[in-house]
Design a binder for this molecule. Structure first.
Ligand code: XBP
Ligand code: MG
Length: 261
């Protein structure tokens, strides 16, 4: 009988709704500080999110929307310099407690730990962004709840490549058949599926229309007792929020039916 051993979480959009009111304004602050009048609006950012990684996103923006822009220092150096300042502003927001966890995340992490499930992170964002988010929302000790925080440039290819999930599983000594992944976006689930991981999705406003046809379950949120999730696709039985028994049930059903192949 297959046994669920670990939960592997994406961060941006999954643990917290970080993009619209977190990363996006932090990029804008960095541009303004540098004397640039670029404004990444909520609408424009939907397109920019098709590229994962902040430095990669800056380069994509320049190539597509400002093709004449040629910084003296070179594109990669310019993007890295802007991104460093963007990270500074983003960390300030985290430290100020401006970015909460999504509904049900803290409860689920606690329940998973109590049940003896191992926890890991697989994200394209910068490592400090993860540790600051965890410390600000769950306390300093929470960083140690995760056996591996796989983040950012530690792998050569970011999502949708499978590299970050493969790296996390390698570090944790786990096989894909022993884990469930949690994602919120198409780039994210392409990455987890390419790493052969059964994947649960919680959507957000930027990702509601993405293709999640190969997810084991798609929800609007993890939910809480008294604050039920809405099932967008898949079968959550009689459950109304994501709990360890629901995850174990999904894991066994989908292991037997050979998901995600
Ligand atoms: C998240 C990202 C990140 C963040 C910004 O994607 O693509 O780039 O938007 O963080 P996912 P950085 O949730 O699929 O991991 O600026 O630190 O890259
Ligand atoms: Mg995400």
């Amino acid at each position: 009988m297959p046994q669920l051993k670990a939960l592997l979480f994406d961060v941006d959009g999954t643990l917290a709704d970080t993009e619209r009111d977190g990363h996006r304004p932090a990029f804008n602050k960095a541009f303004r500080e540098a004397g640039l009048d670029w404004d990444w609006t909520v609408e424009l950012y939907a397109d920019l999110l098709t590229v994962t990684g902040g430095k990669e996103r800056i380069c994509y923006f320049l190539e597509k929307y400002l093709p004449g822009f040629a910084p003296e220092e070179g594109m990669a150096e310019f993007a890295a310099r802007m991104h460093k300042r963007k990270t500074h502003f983003y960390l300030q927001m985290l430290q100020a407690g401006e970015i909460p966890l999504r509904t049900g995340v803290a409860r689920l992490l606690n329940e998973a730990r109590t049940a003896g499930l191992r926890l890991g992170i697989a994200t394209t964002t910068t490592p400090e962004n993860v540790t600051y988010l965890l410390k600000a929302t769950l306390g300093g000790a929470s960083v140690g709840w995760f056996d591996c925080i796989a983040a950012g440039d530690i792998v050569p290819a970011k999502k949708p490549a499978p590299d970050i999930y493969l790296y996390a599983m390698d570090m944790m000594g786990l096989k894909a058949e022993e884990c469930l992944a949690f994602e919120d976006s198409e780039n994210g689930i392409r990455s987890s599926l390419a790493a052969n991981l059964k994947t649960v999705v919680t959507v957000n406003d930027y990702t509601r229309g993405h293709d999640f046809s190969r997810a084991v379950l798609v929800l609007d949120q993890f939910g809480e007792p008294g604050m039920p999730f809405t099932v967008l696709s898949g079968d959550a039985d009689a459950y109304t929020c994501v709990t360890v028994p629901l995850l174990q049930q999904l894991f066994i059903q989908n292991s037997l039916s050979g998901q995600p192949d």
